[in-house]
Design a protein around this ligand. Structure first.
Ligand SMILES: Nc1ncnc2c1ncn2[C@@H]1O[C@H](COP(=O)(O)OP(=O)(O)OP(=O)(O)O)[C@@H](O)[C@H]1O
Ligand SMILES: [Mg+2]
Length: 243
């Protein structure tokens, strides 16, 4: 599945948070979206999944305009959005969460296959999902992305706050989705890992795209990264630092 944003502008009330964004996720590719806090990354993913409507511009999936199609219909079309802060049902058991994620047509082996990706979840199946650790909850959210079979998956900082070994597992999982031919749009704070995975990188600063290119260009250039991230950060107050 291919995604294109064409000159999208978005706002909350009178505050414009994305300006003239044109971006593409080609079929079967991984696109990393980087940028400082508040740059507009989450808002951009919401535009794609339909949680936020663009003020101007178009959202196209496989060339068809979806700008006014609601988020539940987009999900049925194959857009899966794993949001910041775990997309799970905390009061249901882990097993029930997984059964809910599985499409009706899923084969009986699908759930087993998903659990093979994250064996740490197996002993937790009877527990309420809300009682899992942060890392386990995130794995559960990723099982949803896996089971949905959605051809386009949006990930919003899924490795935030997790132990390095879990972060490695998550990146391995993303690489597996890519090998399966799914298109991924990934917002990540682990920049080197994101660059190693991605085919294309975009950098957002204050609601505008300031860079689009190949990850290799950026990996070799701490200067470029510093420039964009510091430019975006420079006017923001630094918490906890008095000057
Ligand atoms: N529901 C909302 N109402 C009003 N303003 C919002 C809302 N959500 C986000 N914003 C503002 O929009 C801008 C972009 O926010 P967004 O969450 O898209 O950034 P982000 O790049 O995902 O940041 P972070 O890295 O901190 O998650 C910020 O200035 C934020 O304060
Ligand atoms: Mg965000």
């Amino acid at each position: 599945m291919r995604l294109d944003l064409d000159e999208v502008t978005a706002a909350y009330g009178s505050t414009v948070v994305l300006r003239d964004i044109s971006l593409s996720v080609p079929e079967g590719q991984v696109v990393a979206l980087l940028g400082a806090n508040g740059a507009g990354k989450t808002s951009l993913l919401k535009i794609v999944s339909g949680l936020l409507r663009p003020r101007r511009g178009r959202v196209l999936i496989d060339g068809e305009e979806l700008s006014t199609v609601p988020s539940d219909a987009r999900a049925r079309l194959g857009v899966c959005h794993i949001t910041e802060g775990r997309s799970i049902f905390p009061h249901l058991t882990v097993g029930d969460n997984i059964r809910l994620f599985a499409p009706k047509r899923a084969s009986p082996g699908a759930v087993e296959g998903a659990l093979d990706r994250f064996p740490a979840l197996r002993p937790c199946l009877p527990r309420p999902a809300g009682s899992l650790s942060g890392g386990q909850q995130q794995m559960l959210a990723l099982v949803r992305a896996y089971l949905s079979e959605a051809p386009l998956v949006l990930f919003d900082e899924i490795s935030m706050g997790l132990a390095p070994v879990v972060v490695d597992e998550i990146f391995e999982f993303l690489a597996g989705l890519r090998r399966a031919g799914r298109s991924l749009l990934v917002v990540e704070q682990y920049i080197p890992k994101a660059l190693a995975l991605a085919d294309v990188v975009y950098i957002l600063a204050k609601g505008r795209l300031v860079y689009a290119g190949e990850p290799a260009e950026l990996s070799g250039s701490a200067e470029i990264m510093d420039h964009y991230f510091n430019a975006a950060e420079s006017r923001r107050p630094r918490e906890g630092i008095s000057r």
